[in-house]
Design a protein around this ligand. Structure first.
Ligand code: PBG
Length: 326
């Protein structure tokens, strides 16, 4: 018989498969997103994100402790204010809900857990856009940058080790770095949502933070077009040049080509955000008994690592970390 390639030899036992596995997924490769809402008495379940809540400060600390105990690498915080306005002032108010929660997290965890703050205005603006508007209703890029810098300083002051600008304004990383440095926060890390696509997968998130874009609008004038791949390299390179410490691709599963490209092109840490719609799809199919949710979560998150991400932001973080460390 002629000699055939026999790759199956290495798949025969679980021990052999472990030995030759090219990719690993560990609890500290995962970052857990959390929502904290102003003025709540009880945590409110988010129906389109089963297992997740708009938290009170107390329930946030409990959920963060559970994630920390499971070995999760850190958390990213989103604030849900009780009132919104044209300029999103709750985002940069030193007593805004995110800042209040960041102080509580810092007091509980110190530097033992990586505390990240999402940096954007959309949860705080009455019109739901990621920046301030011109009279004609379009987003004013450069006026928004000043508010992002102020938000970064408020978050750093409150205890965020990492600020994560997600608004896709041009020049946002440079403006934030300059603002942080001028205020003395030279050690605050910037995790840039560099390649962020205008995706249909953010629906459950918008429920979670109560964002409705005015006039049934969308974010296509600032988030990326999903037909484009090269453009992500341009976005990411600009962010690194402006001082981004870590680069993110978002969403994850539909953009693994982009993760793979950026891993090859850049030498900074890279992550991807497995977003709310990605989580909701797995949960919904699993709830119908159509797929094994735990198995698919593990497969998807490992695929993000295989494509080249160092870590993954995911609503599965605590559950998967508990499975991995069991
Ligand atoms: C913007 C922001 C969004 C998400 C994270 N930051 C929503 C958007 O761009 O519309 C989405 C995350 C998710 O869907 O899980 N502040």
């Amino acid at each position: 018989m002629f000699p055939v390639e026999r790759p199956r030899r290495l798949r025969r036992t679980a021990a052999l498969r472990r030995l030759v596995a090219e990719t690993s997924l560990a609890p500290d490769d995962l970052i857990a997103p959390f929502f904290v809402a102003e003025g709540l008495r009880e945590p409110q379940p988010i129906h389109s994100l089963p297992g997740h809540y708009q938290h009170t400060i107390d329930s946030l600390l409990d959920a963060a402790s559970r994630a920390h105990r499971a070995g999760v690498g850190g958390l990213i915080l989103f604030g849900v204010p009780s009132t919104k306005d044209e300029t999103g002032s709750g985002a940069y108010d030193p007593n805004g809900i995110a800042q209040v929660a960041l102080r509580a997290l810092r007091d509980s965890f110190g530097d033992d857990f990586v505390i990240m703050a999402d940096l954007c205005l959309d949860e705080y603006t009455s019109h739901g856009h990621c920046g301030v508007l011109r009279p004609d209703g379009t987003v004013d890029n450069d006026a928004t940058l000043e508010l992002y810098a102020a938000t970064a300083v408020a978050q750093a002051e409150a205890g965020a080790a990492v600020v994560a600008p997600s608004g896709m304004m041009d020049g946002q990383v440079g403006a934030i770095r300059a603002g942080l440095d001028a205020a003395g926060y030279t050690d605050t890390v910037i995790l840039a949502y560099a390649a962020k696509y205008a995706s249909g997968l953010y629906g459950p998130f918008r429920d979670a933070v109560g964002v409705e874009i005015a006039g049934g609008g969308d974010r296509k004038a600032y988030q990326q077009d999903y037909r484009n791949r090269r453009e992500s390299w341009r976005e990411a390179r600009a962010d690194v040049e402006q001082g981004a410490d870590i680069i993110m691709v978002k969403p994850a599963m539909t953009y693994l080509d982009v993760v793979s490209d950026l891993r090859r092109e850049l030498d900074v840490p890279l992550c991807a955000y497995h977003v709310s719609g990605e989580y909701a799809m797995v949960k919904a199919a699993a709830a119908n008994g159509w797929i094994d949710g735990d198995a698919v979560a593990l497969e998807q998150l490992t695929a993000v690592r295989r494509a080249g991400a160092d870590f993954v932001l995911t609503y599965f973080a605590t559950d998967v970390a508990e499975v991995l460390s069991a």
